[in-house]
Design a protein around this ligand. Structure first.
Ligand SMILES: [Zn+2]
Length: 67
């Protein structure tokens, strides 16, 4: 199998290599490496930030009109 983190080919039959010799990731422990990059989640988070900033700006402008 290949290391899920760095792609290094791990000899899974070789028990002296319980972790990736290249980066130290345990390929059988999904918690030993961070979540995989999810460009869609990143984009959605970014979009959420933009929407929030826009909403705050509009709210700010609206409050100026009221006062
Ligand atoms: Zn690795």
């Amino acid at each position: 199998m290949n290391c899920p983190y760095c792609g290094f080919e791990i000899d899974e039959l070789n028990e002296s290599q319980p972790v990736c010799p290249q980066c130290g990731t345990d390929p059988y422990d999904p918690n030993s490496y961070g979540p995989l990059d999810d460009p869609i989640a990143d984009a959605l988070a970014e979009l959420g930030d933009m929407r929030r900033e826009e909403a705050e700006r509009k709210l700010h402008e609206a409050s100026k009109l009221i006062n």
